[in-house]
Design a protein around this ligand. Structure first.
Ligand code: ZN
Ligand code: FE
Length: 760
C-alpha cells in the first residue's frame, strides 16, 4: 500500500544542490514524485512505501548538502496520485519569493582537483563550479534561481555540460552556473596596446606583470580588485598614489594557508574564519612588515583565494602574497561592470584581467576578526550577504535604510531580516546610487509592494538616507535614533525582544534626541519597550560639527576648553597647528559650534594630545592609532574617568593625559592608561546602572567597540561582576549594523507609526 506526502523546505535551499540531493535520495529509497524550486523554498512530492518516506525525511534532516541551511521542514500526508518515477520539475510561480538566496561560495575541493587535472575537460577553466560551490548572489538576476535568471543566460550549455546538468548522479546536476571552456565564458587580458585572448595566456601574462611590480585590475565575484605584489614596496606605493589612498590598510590574498601563517598570527578561530565558506578578510596580528600595506598598524587583513581564477593566478607563479583591494578610487564603491571599470581605473591599473561573465551586483569582500567576545564582522558583504540574520515577530514588510556611513539596508519580509551587503558612505554620489540600486534590487527580488512597506530611517535631518526616505512612496515612515539602533542590533541578532539591558552605544557621531551630536550613550530598556537614555559622556563643544571628525586637533579644542589652565598647545610637546587656535576661538565665542557627547571625539582628542595633529585620511583612523600606541606597552595604570550623576566626566582623564605628556612620559604608556580609564569608567557606570535597575546584562555596540584592546580591558574589569556582556556577531558593531537595529525597533514601534514624524 503506497503512502504519499508533500514536503516544503525553507532556508538556504536554492542554488546549493538541494534538488539533485533530493532526487538522489528519492531514487535511493525507491520513491516516485517530484521536486521543484518554489517561491517559498523547495517543494517535494513523494510517493512509495511508508518506510522509504520515513528514511527520506530522516536523511534529509541529518545529511543535507554542505552549503544548504534548512530553516524549517513542513511534512503533510496526502493522497497518493500513482506516480512511480521521480523527476525534477521546472519552477512553479507562487506568491512571494521568501526563499533565501545563497551567498556566494568558494570553489570546492572536487572542482579544484579537476581544475588542475590535465585530463579533465575543465582543466584550467576559470569558471568551473558545481552544486557545492561557485557564484550565487553575484549572478542571480531574479528569483527563482534558474539559469535563465542568472548572468549565465547568454551561454547555452554544450552537450558535455548539458549531460552533467541533467544527470541525477552527477555533482553538477542542476548546477545553474555550470559551463566549460567549450561553451562558457572565459578570461582575457587587456593591456593598453594589445589583448591576450583565452584564459591560459591571459593568466600567464597577468602573473608575469604582477611579478614585474605592475598593478592589475582583476575581475572577481562581486567586483574588480586592484592587485599587486604585497612584498614589492614600490608597487604598493604606486597603488596608494594612483588610488588616492594614503594610509588606509590594504588586504592581502595569501596563496594558501601556509602563506597566511607566515603573514599573520592565526588563532584556531581565526584560521577557521579564514577557511570558512564566506572566505572573508581576517584581521590578525601581523608577523611580517609588508612595507606600505598596513602602515602604523599591528594588524594585517588576510584572505585566501576563493575563485578558480585566483588559484590559477597563483599556480601560474603570481607572487605568494597579493595586495587585493576593492577597485575604486578612494571611498567610491567597488567597480563591477567592465566598461565602468575600464574607464574609472584607466589611470590606476596597468592591465585588466577581464572575465566575460557579468556580475549581477557589486559585493565587496567581507572583513572579520576573531575578537575578545567571539567572531565579529566589521564589513558584511561577500559570503554573508544576503543571508537572513534575524527573525522578527512582524508580518508587514519593513525597509530600514541604515546610516549614511558604512551604509547597509535591511529588508524584512515575512519576519526574515535580510541585511544587504556593505554599500559605503552615502556622501559619495556613486555610493548613493549603489544605495538606491540595492534598495530596488531587494524590494523587487522579494516582490514587496512599495505601498505596503514601512520605512525606518535615521533621525539625522541632513542624512542622504533620511532625505531619500521622504521621497519614497510608502505607507509609513519612522525615525529611529542612531544609538538606540546600535543597541537594538545586538538584541535583534539574538532574538531578544523583551530582555531589559543596559545598552552602551559608543561611536563617533549620531543625531541625538535633543539635536546635539551623540556618541557616548548608555541606555536602559528593551527592544519591545524602547530605550531610555540613562547616562552619557559629559557634553563638550564641537567646533564645526561633524566636520571636526576630519581633524583630531579641531575636536580637541572643544574638549580641552573645559580644562583649567590650558598650557600653550602650539608649543612642544603638543605642537598643535594654527587650526587649534581658530577652533578654540569658535568655542569661546560659541560660533559654528555644536554640543557633543561623542566618545569617538574623545579618542580623537587624546590622539591629538599624543601627537596625531594632522587630518585623518579615513574614518576612525585616530582612534585606531591610539589603540596601536597603547598596545606597544604593558603598564597597569588607569586614569580616572569618574561616573556620577548619570555622566562620565572626561576632565580628570584629559588632565592626566595633559600632565603626563608635559612631563615627557612615553605616549604609549599614556595611551594605555587612557584606554584602561575608558574601560574603568564604562565598568563603573554599567555596574551602577545594573544595580539601580536590577539588570544583569549589558550590550556593547557602536564603532568604538571595534577597539579590541578596549574590549579586552572591559572583559577583564567585569570578570568579577555577575554581568553578561553581549556584542555584535552577525552584523558589524559600526554603522553597518544600524539598519538591522532600525528594523527591529520599527517592528515593535508599529502602534506609534505616523507619517514621518514619530521617533522610536
Ligand atoms: Zn565545486
Ligand atoms: Fe554609529
Amino acid at each position: 500500500m503506497a503512502s504519499a506526502c508533500s514536503i516544503r523546505v525553507r532556508g538556504v535551499v536554492q542554488g546549493v544542490g538541494f534538488r539533485p540531493f533530493v532526487y538522489r535520495l528519492a531514487r535511493a529509497n525507491t520513491l516516485g514524485g517530484w521536486v521543484l524550486n518554489g517561491q517559498e523554498g523547495v517543494e517535494i512530492y513523494l510517493e512509495g512505501a511508508e518506510q522509504g518516506l520515513q528514511a527520506f525525511v530522516r536523511e534529509m534532516k541529518t545529511q543535507p548538502p554542505p552549503a544548504a541551511n534548512i530553516a524549517d521542514i513542513d511534512v503533510q500526508q496526502v493522497t497518493p496520485l500513482g506516480v512511480n518515477e521521480f523527476t525534477i520539475r521546472d519552477s512553479g510561480q507562487a506568491d512571494r519569493p521568501t526563499v533565501r538566496i545563497s551567498p556566494d561560495l568558494p570553489v570546492c575541493d572536487d572542482c579544484l582537483e579537476e581544475l588542475f587535472d590535465p585530463s579533465n575537460p575543465r582543466y584550467g577553466y576559470p569558471y568551473i563550479n558545481c552544486t557545492n560551490c561557485g557564484p550565487r548572489y553575484t549572478v542571480v538576476l531574479r528569483l527563482p534561481y534558474d539559469r535563465v535568471n542568472t548572468t549565465m543566460r547568454d551561454w547555452p550549455l554544450d552537450d558535455y555540460c548539458a549531460g552533467e546538468f541533467s544527470d541525477g548522479g552527477n555533482r553538477r546536476f542542476h548546477a545553474q552556473p555550470v559551463a566549460c571552456a567549450a561553451c562558457g565564458p572565459s578570461y582575457y587580458l587587456q593591456p593598453q596596446e594589445r589583448t591576450f585572448p583565452g584564459t591560459e595566456g591571459a593568466v600567464h601574462h597577468a602573473s608575469q606583470l604582477l611579478n614585474a611590480g605592475k598593478i592589475l585590475a582583476v575581475k572577481g565575484l562581486g567586483g574588480y580588485h586592484l592587485a599587486c605584489d604585497g612584498r614589492n614596496p614600490a608597487a604598493v606605493a604606486a597603488l596608494r598614489e594612483r588610488k588616492y589612498r594614503k594610509e588606509k590598510p590594504f588586504a592581502v590574498m595569501a596563496r594558501d594557508l601556509d602563506e597566511a601563517h607566515r603573514l599573520v598570527e592565526l588563532s584556531l578561530d581565526s584560521a577557521a574564519l579564514l577557511t570558512s565558506s564566506a572566505r572573508p578578510i581576517v584581521l590578525a596580528p601581523a608577523r611580517v612588515d609588508l612595507i606600505g600595506v598596513a602602515p602604523q598598524n599591528n594588524e594585517l587583513g588576510v584572505m585566501l583565494p576563493y575563485t578558480p581564477l585566483h588559484h590559477l593566478l597563483f599556480a601560474a607563479g603570481a607572487p605568494q602574497a597579493l595586495v587585493m583591494t576593492s577597485a575604486n578610487r578612494s571611498n567610491e564603491p567597488i567597480a563591477y561592470a567592465d566598461q565602468d571599470a575600464l574607464s574609472r581605473l584607466s589611470g590606476i591599473a596597468d592591465a585588466f584581467l577581464i572575465g566575460q561573465r557579468p556580475i549581477a551586483r557589486r559585493v565587496d569582500d567581507s572583513v572579520v576578526r576573531d575578537g575578545v567576545f567571539g567572531p565579529v564582522i566589521l564589513r558584511r558583504a561577500r559570503g554573508y550577504a544576503p543571508g537572513a540574520v534575524a527573525k522578527l515577530p512582524c508580518e508587514r514588510p519593513i525597509l530600514a535604510l541604515g546610516a549614511d556611513l558604512k551604509n547597509t539596508v535591511t529588508l524584512v519580509v515575512d519576519g526574515q531580516a535580510f541585511v544587504s551587503q556593505h554599500i559605503g558612505d552615502l556622501e559619495h554620489y556613486e555610493a548613493f546610487c549603489a544605495f538606491q540600486e540595492t534598495i530596488s534590487d531587494l524590494v523587487s527580488m522579494y516582490e514587496v509592494d512599495w505601498h505596503e512597506l514601512l520605512v525606518a530611517h535615521d533621525g539625522h535631518p541632513q542624512y542622504a538616507s533620511v532625505l531619500h526616505a521622504s521621497e519614497l512612496k510608502v505607507s509609513r515612515r519612522l525615525a529611529v535614533q542612531h544609538h538606540r539602533a546600535h543597541v537594538a542590533s545586538v538584541l535583534a541578532e539574538r532574538g531578544e525582544w523583551e530582555k531589559r539591558v543596559v545598552g552602551v552605544s559608543f561611536d563617533g557621531t549620531g543625531y541625538g534626541d535633543d539635536g546635539s551630536i551623540w556618541g557616548g550613550e548608555i541606555f536602559v530598556g528593551s527592544v519591545q519597550e524602547g530605550f531610555e537614555r540613562a547616562a552619557h559622556l559629559r557634553n563638550a563643544a564641537l567646533p564645526g560639527g561633524d566636520g571636526a571628525a576630519q581633524c583630531p586637533v579641531q575636536a580637541a579644542a572643544g574638549f580641552l576648553a573645559q580644562l583649567d589652565a590650558l598650557p600653550d598647545m602650539t608649543a612642544a610637546p603638543f605642537n598643535f597647528p594654527e587650526r587649534f587656535g581658530n577652533a578654540l576661538e569658535l568655542v569661546t565665542k560659541g560660533v559654528r559650534t555644536f554640543s557633543t557627547s561623542s566618545m569617538g571625539r574623545l579618542f580623537d582628542t587624546v590622539a591629538a594630545l599624543l601627537g596625531f595633529t594632522r587630518e585623518v585620511s579615513f574614518e576612525g583612523q585616530a582612534a585606531m592609532w591610539v589603540e596601536q600606541l597603547a598596545r606597544a606597552t604593558s603598564i597597569h595604570e588607569t586614569y580616572a574617568f569618574p561616573f556620577s550623576g548619570a555622566e562620565l566626566d572626561f576632565r580628570p582623564l584629559l588632565q592626566s593625559v595633559l600632565i603626563d605628556r608635559r612631563h615627557g612620559r612615553n605616549p604609549g604608556e599614556i595611551a594605555r592608561a587612557f584606554q584602561r580609564g575608558v574601560a574603568a569608567g564604562l565598568r563603573d557606570s554599567v555596574v551602577n546602572l545594573c544595580q539601580a535597575y536590577a539588570l544583569d546584562t549589558i550590550v556593547l555596540s557602536g564603532g568604538v567597540f571595534q577597539n579590541e584592546l578596549l574590549l579586552e580591558d572591559i572583559e577583564a574589569l567585569l570578570e568579577a561582576e555577575a554581568i553578561s556582556v553581549w556584542t555584535n556577531h552577525a552584523v558589524p558593531p559600526n554603522d553597518g549594523g544600524i539598519s538591522l537595529g532600525q528594523a527591529a525597533l520599527a517592528a515593535f514601534a508599529t502602534p506609534r507609526w505616523t507619517d514621518g514624524r514619530s521617533h522610536a
